[in-house]
Design a protein around this ligand. Sequence first.
Ligand code: SAH
Length: 519
Amino acid sequence: MAAYAAQRDDELCDGDDDVPELYNSDGEEWNSMEEEGSDHVSVPCVFCDRNLGSVDETFLHCKADHGVFIPDLVNKHSLDDYGYIKMINYIRVNKCSAETLLTVPNGSLPWDSDEYMKPVLPDDPLLQIDVEELSGATAMMSSPSIENQESGLLYRTMRAEEALARAVEDMNKLKLLAQDLLLNADTSCGRSSLGPVAELRDDEDEAYFSSYGHYSIHEEMLKDRVRTESYRDFMYNNMDVFKDKVVLDVGCGTGILSMFAAKAGARKVIAVDQSEIIYQAIDIVRSNQLEDTITLIKGRIEEINLPVEKVDIIISEWMGYFLLFESMLDSVIYARDRYLAPDGLVFPDRCNISLAAVGDVQKHNDCVAFWDDVYGFKMTCMKKAVVPEAVVGVLKPETVISEPAVIKTIDCGTVTLSELEFRADFTLKIKLDTFCTAIVGYFDIFFDMCCRNKVEFSTSPNCPKTHWKQTMFILESPISVKAGEELQGQITVHKNKKDPRALLITLDLSGLRQTYNLQ
Ligand code: SAH
């Protein structure tokens, strides 16, 4: 995953969406069956907590967002007025899901009891319509008339207006964020530019998912061929692992991994994403005729109920800068613990985080010594602001001056949340006489488990560049080192309590301690 948009850097030193929405990619033709004059009411949906402007809109919303066209149910179960009323009350009382409702067989009416004659909502507008008109509605659905098409347009306009309102809201938030950045942030040396804006903290998750709603972040990820081709090759070259399996894609974005899985032979793929990009994914899946295999669900994986009890395989591209930035692995762990079948697999299944020593005196001068003399003035105090910010950038491989040391290995099938905050000792074997000016961090990803054709990739400075680049921790004062010397250190990685998607990384090296923010 690309760290969210506001976080991206270049060269070093240079709507009420809490409600999950289920989409099966089918048509959205509809017809109007509501009586004139009744379209200014507020009608609560039977499946989620949206309020719609009329009974018509409610039926359309149920069809488009939950996959259930209520008039179809009336016909399917040959419901009369009483049967229909009982069914609506039954759904509301039992918070019955769309999926469950669709699987009620003909002739078995779980709402048959008279207790369901009692309205759950006072003056429920859904109970005030003529059921005969409803039965007719289904017939009209199958032969789209001009009115149907007009109504369809109306509905789409309504959805577009909602999307526009959300976009305006997002823009206002971004404006606030930008103002805050101007006031609070130092963006020199190509540093991450989103500060821990305390006042916006409540909105942080919204800002996070909002950033994934924009196409550009997905374009960047898809164009990262090291990343995307690794996932593709792992799936296409291990089709036996995917054949007839139920796969969950946590954070599907544009749906690329889900489509790889479908092509690799998965029987069913459930693709979940909380960001608005899922609306594009719905079109993408449909354009590639994969809608029968891939079911897309909008929502946070932690807040939705999947239409299956268990899945055989979880795939996800959750990695952030320095692997753990963004904390999306937490969501994959949640999904694994809740949905993975006992012998199920999580991919990627293993990851490493490594450190190495960097010797680049010129960059150090540009970023740190620079502050000692700025147009003849001393600004040395600025170093205290500059050094603690971890820098995301592409490191020249020739500036790496030690062997790498693995500081963490993660087994995605078993790792627990508490293991994602850790302390590790490390030893960096120096390769030449020089100055160590920074420590670089990067990660490696493995698709290993049960794979005949194993795939791996690395974000090391010695490997082809990825959009994760590397993460640099600049030392305030360079350390003189000799070839063959072993530089001993300790690293501590914690989530930043003020912003749990950000990391606080402390390095102890040569008797000095420095804490870095990765935000
Ligand atoms: N799988 C896609 C996108 C990866 S980016 C690809 O490989 O190109 C990560 C995606 O996960 C984002 O679209 C983000 O919105 C989504 N995401 C992150 N945390 C999530 C959560 N808890 N629930 C649902 N979606 C989540």
